[in-house]
Ligand binder design. Structure first.
Ligand SMILES: [Zn+2]
Length: 178
């Protein structure tokens, strides 16, 4: 692939993880070359300018962080480097591989004005969380798609799958919405 930036990912990791406090971020120093510094998922990482090139940002290790494609579509593009670090820290997750599920749970609450855990609670005696996951996985294959160029389901889609599960359970067990 054509690659016009000469700073390597290793240089970026070495530069920052000798300077920043890893406990403030979603990724540990030991995995900073493999996991996204914002969401903490193991993904193909992209070099993301802290200050965009068009605003005078330079091709040097101090002007990059490593984030996944999905986070790269959401990062701030401003001529003040503090803003990038504010953003990364604000999204810190303590556990790996929970970030996007938590975003979907927030999306669910935004749309349905209640937490998914409240909606699933009446069914917890009928269905284990493993069974619920399995049902969601089946629907994921049959009922969803993603935007062109995206290899993931966005938060609204996952929230939708959670809602479809609740609707099915309510029908099956004849439980009305509270
Ligand atoms: Zn990410």
């Amino acid at each position: 692939m054509y690659d016009k930036n000469k700073t390597t990912k290793e240089e970026i990791c070495d530069y920052w993880f000798s300077r920043i406090n890893e406990s403030e971020f979603s990724v540990d120093a030991s995995e900073a070359s493999e996991r996204c510094w914002r969401c903490g998922y193991k993904r193909n990482l992209e070099r993301c300018h802290i200050i965009p090139k068009s605003l005078g940002g330079k091709d040097v290790p101090s002007n990059y962080v490593l984030i996944c494609r999905r986070c790269h579509l959401e990062n701030p593009n401003v001529a003040d480097s503090d803003i990038m670090w504010d953003w990364l820290k604000a999204y810190k997750e303590s556990f790996y591989d929970t970030f996007w599920i938590n975003r979907a749970l927030e999306e669910y609450e935004k749309i349905y004005k209640t937490k998914f855990e409240n909606d699933i609670e009446p069914f917890e005696k009928h269905i284990t969380s493993e069974e619920a996951k399995e049902l969601i996985n089946i629907d994921m294959k049959n009922l969803t798609t993603h935007h062109f160029g995206q290899s993931y389901l966005n938060s609204a889609t996952i929230a939708g799958l959670m809602r479809i599960l609740i609707k099915k359970l309510r029908m099956e067990f004849n439980i009305e919405e509270k």
